[in-house]
Design a protein around this ligand. Structure first.
Ligand code: FAD
Length: 544
């Protein structure tokens, strides 16, 4: 039997991405002992794992960066509007060095289970490294998009060629020169990597289940009015982001897309298309997320853009998303995605019409009725298959740990029909367990940096408040949690968001309960609700 070494701290934090790193800083500032446990061998989270070619942020990096260290705003200059994964990872490492974070992070340490001890009023955390941690407070900084979705395709293990997953890409990179490559999946990772893989490979076949909306990034040096606004007064700029809809300074529109003439609308869409910012595409009209008719105007605009770019009309139609409204799935930002389909070595397979039968030792078999009247299977040979198949979003990494709360209840059981939280921060039956950007908070509907910082600050203030008042435990009340879930669903139902089979709904993972996972009320509104909760004496929480 292995020796179990136990360390005891005030706060255990799981995950060393941007959330866990900042939480560690705040715990130190509060004078609390804290340890971070992390599966990877360095900091960075998302940006440590997702090293696929073309990986970039899709929120301007000037917005997608920490605001809690004013020196950082001067010390770190981003080289592009949308930084690449290596640059964002270097930024995380720079912060870790500057604040000497690694001395409190246990790398190569995966948390496997956690139990609440009601007598001791502490959590015991078990890891795969043989070390246990006990702590009064347990913070899950495990990420919304960190648990890869296992591909549900017959024969996945059978392929003898090279296999890559965008979310755990080899650190030395991959050279596809001279190879026949398959990419399965056309979500954000697929859309970012496909143009680069196509430029290297001999042949590229893209397998698409659902087309996604993508917008050109128009990437390049940061030289726009946004930077000017930011440089003039970084503090005011950040404050505006904190009170905005999605965590990026924008000006909310007060006019419907249907109130203006088609010519004016077209000109506006053209202008925001040329700006290359997702936030701006939803900005010009106030009802794009709530009115199907209004959304159709931008949907058609983007369809026409795809038809302009893609020369083969049949391929263009396959790339036009028709089964969901714009931005009801997370739209993508690309560099040359649609034009890639004009290259002679690139083929698009529409899995709705030509589903994968199986993956074989040498490639992929699809059902292709066009082959002949008798033979319906088309066998394609590949040297490499790239799975860009996404994540078990928002809940995957949380229920990936076997968590047992008060009364021995398992979190997996408690969430069997969908996650139940109060404010996306805590859940009934699991005292002193906080989730950063958990389900029921704005999280993936926002610039995550803003949402992460807000949750970390809230958790920190809460722990400080409990300590200062001699309170041992905090847990939401049943009523508050029920009302929050209801409130979140009611807002979602006012929008088009739940109409799409998206990962926001858990629809990409077979068997996952389909509920709308993030809080759709906006970053600024959510912040106000949290502030009011605190002002009213932690309304909705039981403090014991
Ligand atoms: P993560 O960065 O996911 O870190 C979680 C960490 O927890 C990981 O390192 C993981 O190894 C660790 N972990 C999980 N479970 C365990 C366990 N059981 N034991 C130990 N360690 C564990 N958001 C934006 O706002 N803008 C963007 O442009 C953007 N681009 C993205 C691009 C990609 C390719 C992806 C995948 C996501 C993107 N996101 C973006 C979302 C992104 O995840 C967040 O912005 C942010 O990086 C999340 O930070 P985090 O610390 O919360 O989680």
């Amino acid at each position: 039997m292995r020796d179990i070494n136990t360390i005891d701290v005030d706060v255990v934090i799981v995950g060393a991405g941007f959330a866990g790193m900042y939480q560690l800083v705040q715990m130190r500032r509060a004078g609390l002992s804290a340890v971070v446990l992390e599966t990877a061998d360095d900091v960075g989270g998302t940006w440590y794992w997702n090293r696929y070619p073309g990986a970039r942020c899709d929120i301007l990096t000037v917005d997608y960066s920490y605001s809690w260290d004013p020196e950082l705003e001067k010390d770190w200059i981003w080289s592009e509007r949308y930084a690449t994964q290596p640059e964002i990872l270097r930024y995380a490492q720079f912060v870790a060095d500057k604040h000497d974070l690694r001395r409190d992070i246990r790398f190569n340490t995966k948390v496997t289970s956690a139990q609440w001890n009601s007598d001791a009023k502490r959590w015991r955390i078990h890891t795969d490294s043989g070390n246990d941690v006990t702590a009064q407070f347990y913070v899950m900084a495990t990420g919304c998009l960190s648990m890869p979705k296992v591909p549900d395709i017959e024969g996945t293990d059978r392929f003898n060629g090279e296999v890559y997953f965008t979310n755990s890409w080899p650190h030395d990179g991959v050279d596809f020169s001279g190879k026949r490559v398959a990419v399965i999946g056309t979500g954000s990772s697929g859309i970012q990597s496909i143009p680069i893989i196509a430029s290297q490979a001999d042949q590229l076949t893209v397998f698409q289940r659902t087309p996604n909306f993508s917008v050109p990034a128009h990437n390049g040096p940061i030289a726009d009015e946004r930077l000017v606004a930011y440089r003039q007064d970084p503090a005011a700029y950040r404050e505006e982001a904190r009170h905005s809809g999605i965590g990026v300074p924008t000006t909310p529109a007060d006019v419907s897309a249907l109130e203006v003439s088609p010519q004016e609308r077209e000109a506006t869409y053209e202008e925001v298309w040329q700006r290359g910012e997702l936030a701006h595409l939803l900005e010009p009209y106030n009802d794009l997320r709530i009115s199907a008719e209004s959304n159709d105007t931008i949907r058609c605009f983007i369809h026409n853009k795809i038809r302009e770019i893609v020369k083969d009309p049949e391929v263009a139609e396959l790339l036009c998303p028709t089964n969901h409204y714009f931005a009801t799935k997370r739209p993508c930002l690309d560099s040359g995605y649609y034009a890639t389909y004009n290259l002679p070595q690139v083929r698009l397979v529409d899995l709705q019409k030509q589903p994968i039968e199986t993956i074989t030792e040498s490639g992929i078999n699809i059902v292709n009725p066009a082959i002949s009247a008798k033979e319906k299977t088309e066998s394609m040979a590949f040297d490499a298959i790239v799975f860009a198949t996404g994540f078990d979003a928002m809940t995957g990494a949380i229920v990936g740990v076997d968590i047992t709360g008060r009364n021995g209840e398992s979190l997996r059981d408690a969430w069997a029909h969908g996650p139940q939280t109060y404010l996306g921060l805590m859940t009934v039956g699991f005292p002193n367990l906080f989730m950063i950007t958990g389900p029921g908070s704005p999280s993936v509907l926002s610039n995550m940096m803003v949402s992460i910082e807000q949750h970390v600050d809230l958790i920190t203030d809460t722990i400080k408040h409990l300590r200062a008042n001699g309170v041992d435990t905090i847990e939401p009340t049943e009523l508050a949690q029920r009302r929050w879930v209801q409130h979140s669903n009611e807002i979602a139902d006012l929008t088009l968001l739940p109409t799409a089979n998206s990962w926001y709904m858990g629809a990409n993972v077979p068997g996952k309960p389909q509920v709308f996972l993030p809080y759709p009320g906006g970053v600024g509104e959510y912040r106000k609700i949290c502030e009011e909760m605190v002002t009213r004496g932690y309304l909705g929480f039981a403090l014991t």
